[in-house]
Design a protein around this ligand. Structure first.
Ligand code: B12
Ligand code: SF4
Ligand code: SF4
Length: 310
């Protein structure tokens, strides 16, 4: 290996840009959660029924359990923003992140491409990857890598592109020059806390999934508690309210990733049609979409609630 960590870091960022990522930052591997914020969140029960968050606590806090010898964590971000519209009568709202093709699928190839590039930098180099579903504290890594700051709505915000982006991670045994965290710029703003119709943001940067429309409409397999179901504000899958009001999202621009282009019927689905759709039709309509995460039964439940039938 001939290049310096700084030169290698610059090459990684350049390659990330060529692969279409909007942001790229680097953190030195090491303890990511020394204050045990994840432990406190779990102890408060804010993970609701997401037991997998508790089961994977140790590995989420220690990346070396995934990749022994890890030295650097590269965090990339990809913009998925679309301008919203007013839904027509009878339509539900879907969070923007699910308007296009499933991001896990879209980002896999470029992320692994970045890893393959990093592997060429050192003989025997290894990489491990995360796009949402792997046990990484992606937002904490993004903050450490200077990709943005963690806002009061608990999302990572970047002063140039706002918060409508996916995060993804390549951890590697290669030493790369780390970036510095950026200073948080929420200031005295509390717009996200105030807009949340279910008061899910319980402290700055901390949210209670039990009260969050996103958790309830996507992850909950049971009945939605009345405190949330009475306040869905038209959301049939996910929720963007705490991003829509964020002043930093004034700078958001339409995504140029064809993978995230709006699919027909995905953004504002007809609630009656959704509530009557059988499983085969659901599978066909939402093939390759992140909406599948809520499953046929979950989407029917959500649609019926919005129609006032449950
Ligand atoms: C579980 C989960 C959820 C749950 C719980 C949300 C939550 N706040 O944790 C539910 C289903 C509710 C959810 C909803 C959404 N999610 Co989600 N979710 C995740 C997942 C899988 C894990 C998050 C997690 O670790 N939570 C546990 C808590 C303790 O962690 P945390 O809030 O991130 O807090 C840590 C840091 O904030 C840190 N911290 C706090 N302050 C500071 C300050 C500094 C300086 C540092 C270093 C650290 C730090 O301490 C905590 C522990 O380390 C991640 C993917 C991943 N693997 O990380 C995606 C992820 C966070 N989700 C994402 C998205 C897009 C959403 C939604 C916007 C989707 C939607 N439109 O409906 C909503 C937003 C709701 C909200 N306001 O948070 C994106 C966020 C992208 C971004 N710009 O930040 C992620 C990163 C997925 C991805 N790969 O792109 N999500
Ligand atoms: S996603 Fe919606 S329900 Fe969840 S914290 Fe944000 S505004 Fe509240
Ligand atoms: S709405 Fe305001 S407080 Fe909330 S994340 Fe954006 S800038 Fe921060």
């Amino acid at each position: 290996m001939s290049d310096s960590p700084a030169a290698r870091a610059e090459a990684v960022k350049q390659h990330a840009r060529e692969l279409g990522f909007d942001l790229c930052g680097i953190a030195a591997a090491g303890p990511i959660d020394p204050e045990d914020r994840l432990g406190a969140w779990l102890a408060s029960g804010y993970h609701a029924e997401m037991d997998w968050m508790a089961r994977t606590k140790d590995i989420r806090q220690d990346v070396s359990l995934r990749l022994p010898g890890v030295r650097s964590v590269v965090v990339v971000a990809r913009n998925y923003y679309h301008e919203g519209r007013d839904p027509a009568p009878g339509q539900g709202k879907v969070a923007r992140y699910a308007w296009g093709r499933d991001y896990h699928k879209v980002l896999k190839k470029p992320l692994h491409g970045l890893g393959e590039f990093i592997k060429t930098m050192e003989t025997g180099a290894q990489c491990d990857y995360s796009i949402d579903a792997q046990p990484y504290l992606e937002r904490a890594w993004a903050a450490k890598a200077g990709v943005g700051w963690i806002g009061k709505n608990s999302l990572v915000l970047n002063q140039d592109i706002g918060s409508y982006f996916f995060l993804a991670v390549v951890a590697t045994t290669v030493e790369l020059q780390p970036d510095k965290p950026v200073i948080g710029r929420c200031g005295t703003c509390r717009a996200c806390i105030e807009v949340c119709p279910t008061q899910a943001i319980v402290a700055d940067g901390v949210m209670d999934s039990n009260r969050c429309i996103s958790f309830q409409t996507i992850e909950n397999r049971r009945e939605i508690p009345i405190a949330v179901s009475d306040n869905l504000e038209g959301w049939v899958f996910g929720c963007d309210l705490c991003q829509e009001v964020c002043p930093w999202n004034r700078f958001s621009t339409e995504t140029d990733d064809p993978g995230f282009a709006e699919r027909e019927g995905a953004a504002y689905p007809d609630l009656r049609e959704l509530s009557e759709m059988d499983e085969a039709a659901f599978d066909e309509r939402f093939a390759g979409s992140a909406i599948r995460r809520a499953k046929h039964a979950g989407m029917q439940r959500n649609a019926r609630l919005l129609l006032g039938e449950e």
